[in-house]
Design a binder for this molecule. Structure first.
Ligand SMILES: Nc1ncnc2c1ncn2[C@@H]1O[C@H](COP(=O)(O)OP(=O)(O)OP(=O)(O)O)[C@@H](O)[C@H]1O
Length: 248
């Protein structure tokens, strides 16, 4: 039996001790698995991700990445994950190539691996002619592509990807989905949040539905549909019904 790459156990936490945002959240992501984290605006998806990244400390519960916690082995924990944020965060005066090189160095990627990956990613995301442009001169979608390329140049065990499709053109979305499938087939794990349920329905192995900071259901599409008594229905329909129920 393989160990989970990400294991969140009974996590409660938030921005204010008196008003936790997350309540007893439990999520596991296995090697080679892509899990969709879905929920309405304010459900707690980004807050969950911030806890995984160590930007926020749990009030209760534990988060293990690659079998360890941040407190036990910070280097192993951080080195095992890469993050793609909802909004691009780039250094305005650095080029695309410099961002990729900087990330590769931070993760200790060999130069030869870096060269191959950078060439593959710049071609895939049609960014070859922008590699030496300063990020301040890029369009919104191109900035998002740089964030995605930086995460993928590192090749960690776990990718945490927060609503990555916003701003990407249809070709960019297709490239991203194809690349995530490739990484998954090579054994990487992905926790992906998105509102584009009709798209992720076909790509994720399992789904976790967060509502008011609680996991109200999780499983494969089939399992979720069965639990909701909605066999054969699309994810969007099931999600709509669950969150309309007022379950929280
Ligand atoms: N910096 C912050 N300070 C205080 N409260 C916050 C902060 N960021 C988010 N919240 C609150 O935490 C709750 C969960 O927000 P979160 O950003 O995790 O939602 P989300 O599921 O990612 O939503 P969206 O789909 O809109 O991205 C919301 O009630 C929100 O108001």
């Amino acid at each position: 039996m393989q160990n989970p790459v990400l294991e969140i156990e009974a996590l409660s936490g938030g921005y204010n001790l008196k008003r936790p945002v997350l309540h007893d959240v439990g999520i596991k992501v296995m090697p080679g698995e892509m899990v969709g984290l879905i929920g309405l605006n304010g459900a707690g998806k980004s807050t969950t991700m911030k806890h995984i990244l160590g930007l926020m400390n749990p009030e209760k519960g534990e988060i293990r990445v690659d079998g360890t916690t941040r407190a036990r082995d910070l280097e192993q924990y951080q080195g095992a994950l890469a993050f793609v944020p909802e909004s691009p965060l780039l250094y305005e005066e650095m080029t695309v190539r410099e961002h990729l090189e900087f990330t590769a160095r931070a993760y200790g990627v060999e130069r030869s691996d870096y060269e191959v990956r950078a060439a593959e990613l710049s071609a895939l995301f049609r960014m070859e002619d922008k590699m030496d442009s300063l990020s301040i001169h890029l369009s919104k979608g191109m900035k998002q592509k740089v964030m995605i390329m930086c995460a993928f140049v590192a090749r960690p065990k776990l990718y945490i990807i927060d609503e990555p499709f916003l701003g990407l053109d249809p070709l960019g979305i297709r490239s991203l989905l194809d690349f995530m499938m490739k990484l998954r087939s090579e054994g990487a794990s992905i926790l992906l949040s998105s509102h584009i349920l009709s798209t992720i329905e076909h790509y994720c192995d399992r789904f976790v539905i967060l509502h008011h900071g609680r996991v109200i259901t999780q499983g494969t599409l089939k399992e979720i549909a069965m639990a909701a008594g909605m066999q054969g229905q699309p994810l969007e329909q099931i999600f709509y019904s669950l969150v309309q129920d007022g379950r929280s």
